[in-house]
Write a protein that binds this ligand. Sequence first.
Ligand code: VG1
Ligand code: CO
Length: 543
Amino acid sequence: MQTQTIATQPIEGQKPGTSGLRKKTRVFMGPHYLENYVQAIFDGIGGVAGKSLVLGGDGRYFNDRAAQVILRMAAASGAARLIVGQGALLSTPAASHLIRSRGTDGGLILSASHNPGGPEADFGLKYNTPNGGPAPEGVTDRIFAATRTITEYRILEAQDVDLSTPGEARLGEMVVEVVDPVADYAALMETLFDFDAIAAMFARGFTLRFDAMHAVTGPYAKAILETRLGAAPGSVINAVPLPDFGQGHPDPNPIWAKPLVDLMLGESAPDFGAASDGDGDRNMILGRGIYVTPSDSLALLAAQAHLAPGYAGGLKGVARSMPTSGAVDRVAAALGIDCYETPTGWKFFGNLLDAGRATLCGEESAGTGSDHVREKDGLWAVLLWLNILAATGKPVKALMEDHCAQYGRNYYRRHDYEDVEADRANALYDALRAKLSALPGQSFGPLMVKTADEFSYDDPVDGSHSAAQGLRIGFAGGSRVVFRLSGTGTVGATIRVYLERVETDPARLTLDPATALADVAAAAEAIAGIKAHTGREAPDVIT
Ligand code: VG1
Ligand code: CO
């Protein structure tokens, strides 16, 4: 087998976003595109000679081909061992766990997460560091710098490695270790949760519907929920990962997982409903007759996590991304623990988790996780919910009502304007940024602006500074609107508008969220001129 050194040139735009590099699949399949980026990762982390790495992905179109390319490139660059999920599959949290449990030098995850898959859809690749978490900005900056100076990449001339069965093979000098993608992860879950209590709940007739959305969580959910915990066969639906996710959009929210929401809000709802995303790190939680917003879910989990064996000792602290509602803040205050506010993206939680400052973290975009790995973890959130349901014996709806009665309610919605022309989105954003300092004191309907700023973050652990992380406007009384531009899209720009209102009056805890947030939405429009800038009458997606 011979190593080839291929001459290449920098390719524009290989800048990682909120979570790795995401592009149209056809772009990734273009000449040298994947190879350039993989070599830039290797160069950006100081080479891979003698190192071990984890490799796997969410099974989307091109996952299998990209994995073979990466294996040949790792072998050509002298890597000692690649630990690969069988079939080149690994959920993002399972990859994070393998990196940590096997003590590797990091890992490569093939995924564009919640973005659709297929030859005309999206593909992605990200590097996770040895702590199991997404590379922080310092590392992605070095990788990006390497994409701008690249002149050649190295690749082994070899046949495909058989990834269809667990075992070890060699590719040149490098060991390729194919592992069952589910086993280690399932074992980790068993150390955190009271599986016997959850199994007993299922044995008593508790019913569940888990929608894997034709994505990577299917095999994990089948093995853990049905086989191990005894949920009725067929409780996990859309359980076989497909390269195009069944033509769906593997994003677990009320829009893309509408059939599940309809079921849960309808006559024949099971006790519990959940869904996960393309790479298995997001979760959507529903009970009979109730959709739990991700921000509320985070707050409830923080309040009740002690009921699960893995968290019986209490939480060291909690962290949420800035646009996530403040519901968890009040739980933290009641528990007397710290609550951190970070920029959007899981990479900002890593230092807090590593330093033992936070145990639970969450984002409004359906991401929740803990210090068990360094990624958000969809199935983990489902299991923590099930553990809490088993321990309390209460239905989801009653639990949430009790929670709101105790802590108040943060009404919350996110309005997304998708595929807006980049120039228009930037114009909206820049105009809003320019007028922030003039907003305090101004009133919009019944709401008076109290604070307005551009969020930046100073990491309390390593002191790194992250600027330009979203525009936030706070109103007297605690309502708030936040504006951000998405960093995960592949076409045009997506404007995200996050609306929040805090309510502690017991008489107003059960309003319809759209009604409760009407004044905040009107103020957002009056302040930012969304319709005029985008030419859109309404958001494309409301979650
Ligand atoms: C979105 C979410 C963010 C999440 C990121 C990656 O980013 O808002 O909370 O961390 O996706 O999630 P953005 O920049 O588009 O708003 V995943 O599950 O797609 O890796
Ligand atoms: Co994801």
